[in-house]
Write a protein that binds this ligand. Sequence first.
Ligand SMILES: Nc1ncnc2c1ncn2[C@@H]1O[C@H](COP(=O)(O)OP(=O)(O)OP(=O)(O)O)[C@@H](O)[C@H]1O
Ligand SMILES: [Mg+2]
Length: 223
Amino acid sequence: MLDVQSITKSYTKNPILHNLSFSVMPGEIIGLVGENGAGKSTLLRILATIDKPDNGSISLNNLSYESNRKKVRKTIGYVPQDIAVWEELTVKENMHFFERLSSEAKNDDQLKELCLEMNLEKWNESVKNLSGGMKRKLNIAITLIHNPKLLLLDEPTVGIDLKSKKEIGSYLWKQAKEQKRIIMYTSHDMDEINELCDKVICIGKDSFYEEILSTSGKEIISI
Ligand SMILES: Nc1ncnc2c1ncn2[C@@H]1O[C@H](COP(=O)(O)OP(=O)(O)OP(=O)(O)O)[C@@H](O)[C@H]1O
Ligand SMILES: [Mg+2]
């Protein structure tokens, strides 16, 4: 379980995240919505252990972020808003590069399988020749090499075609439901959020998003 208790984060004197508490069970998909600058990426960076909250506490499967930072980090996968893969290397070379950095060993077949599950078939293609959607898929496949329990994705489906969007969506759904991973991701696509998420966190006390989601029947955490 991911347990977030009363976290606060400010860069200036106006807090971005103020006294935020929520918990997520294994297998749940949480959508994070809010206008530009609301603090979605900030929250994901904090949950990814890249940034720290000013106050409050976070734990993942009973491991506290404060006292077990390194251990907890090994169980988290994070795909940032900007794609982070090696453009000059092939898909295969990227997967092997990141496998060597990973805490979990995977062989060539297993790495290829991770890509195929995402319908990313261009194993020997240079990444620079891939479309944005394919690079996104590669970035997600890389993040799954170490078998994370918590998967954090910052706008994984932005700017990609509907088919790839659906493929990524159903892949994430399978990852949550079959592998019991916790998935938290941001998106500005409310149809997608409605289709995929078990709960939605609205950042910024913005009634606009609450109204859009009010008929969805989903649990909405508004902060
Ligand atoms: N390292 C930083 N230093 C100072 N201010 C920051 C920093 N990172 C983010 N901010 C500010 O915090 C606020 C929240 O930013 P964040 O990137 O979390 O928003 P977001 O909800 O992800 O927006 P978007 O939808 O545009 O991606 C913004 O006002 C941003 O300028
Ligand atoms: Mg952002």
